[in-house]
Unconditional design. Structure first.
Ligand SMILES: [Zn+2]
Length: 358
């Protein structure tokens, strides 16, 4: 076993140790998008069950939902929800006995103010607790020019590094969209953009590596969401070429880049394994866990549909209180997520590999 880390939310050096443990151990961690305490608890339960570390992630929309769809100011809700969710995870993660990375998902140019507001919160949290609120934020400026993308990421990373935070950047384009950020899958679209150029990765490495820790969402044909097979072709060897170029230019060890696989839902198992071999330590999963939650809730409702129409059965006079108690169907949804994540931990080779001290 590699280095051991204290259970709970990991940031700074501990986060880097968890990333290193994954890459050296030949496994990756699922990054699961959450929208409330239900999904967070399900992710923590799943990780504890698999004895694996895990990444809890909020999109801007997920953060807004966490604070409440009815909250009057949606921009404020995106900040407050992300803070509230992080506090929930900080309080509970350690008790589940695994290492938990806290992360935010795609932030495009319009969402930079969201990230800057979160950094303000993170700096305040750091003053109080000696660690940041989040382990890492993602900046997805893949729609901008390479220079603007990397330049802006450098500016933000400098600020983050001061409070032991990492950044995730995106080079090339992940097809589909995640919560309003992203690109339509258009078969006539410029497919070259779906595949990251190793030279771009080299440029980012040169610029960002001196400033702090960063990870790269590189595109190798991956898409958000689950579609009919055949639309896009996964080419993980692109990741291998990026690693090799940085290694030869900078004389590093093998797989110097910490790579992220977006749009992991619905991917072929063999391509997942191949990507992990090329230094992917994080695979985002959202669509598949959303479906796992919905499927179990749907199944539960189908078993006693009358309880969702009547408080008391009109024929038998039987009260349905115990059936329509929201805990019943929400727990069904949580169980679906826990189960689906066992499959993800297994696909990523992470079962039993938690770096948390036992
Ligand atoms: Zn993504």
């Amino acid at each position: 076993m590699g280095e051991q880390v204290k259970a709970g939310v990991v940031t700074g050096e501990d986060y880097i140790k968890v990333v290193r443990a994954a890459k050296e151990g030949g496994y990756a961690l699922p990054a699961v998008n959450v929208v409330g305490t239900n999904s967070i608890n399900a992710v923590l339960e799943a990780a504890a069950k698999a004895k694996s570390d895990v990444i809890v992630q909020l999109s801007n929309g997920g953060a807004q939902f966490y604070a409440g769809k009815g909250y009057p100011d949606s921009s404020e809700a995106k900040v407050l929800g992300a803070v509230s969710a992080a506090q929930h995870v900080h309080l509970l993660a350690e008790r589940y006995g695994v290492c938990v990375v806290l992360h935010t998902d795609h932030a495009n140019k319009k969402l930079i103010p969201w990230i800057e507001a979160l950094l303000e919160q993170g700096e305040r949290f750091y003053e109080l607790h000696g660690k940041p609120l989040y382990s890492s934020h993602m900046l997805d400026l893949s729609e901008e020019t390479l220079e603007e993308n990397v330049g802006e990421c450098a500016r933000i990373l400098e600020r983050m590094a001061k409070i032991d935070m990492s950044i995730e950047i995106e080079l090339g384009v992940t097809g589909g969209e995640e919560d309003g950020v992203g690109h339509d899958i258009d078969e006539s679209a410029d497919n070259a953009k779906l595949y990251t150029q190793p030279e771009d990765v080299l440029y980012a490495y040169k610029t960002l590596n001196p400033l702090g820790h960063f990870s790269v969402a590189a595109s190798f044909g991956n898409v958000h969401g689950v579609y009919k097979p055949g639309n896009v072709k996964l080419r993980p060897e692109i990741l291998k070429h990026s690693q090799a170029l940085v290694q030869s230019e900078f004389g590093t060890d093998a797989n110097p880049l910490d790579l992220v696989f977006h749009g992991g839902s619905g991917s072929e198992k063999s391509k997942i394994t191949e990507a992990v071999g090329y230094g992917v330590f994080k695979m985002n999963i959202d669509t598949d866990t959303q479906f796992a939650f919905a499927k179990e809730v749907g199944g539960y409702v189908e078993t006693t549909p009358r309880a969702f129409k009547h408080q008391i059965d009109p024929d038998s006079g039987k009260p349905y209180k115990k059936v329509y108690d929201p805990r019943m169907f929400m727990r069904a949804g949580e169980s679906g997520v826990v189960e689906r994540l066992q499959e993800a931990f297994a696909d990523l080779g992470a079962v039993g590999k938690s770096a948390a001290q036992s």
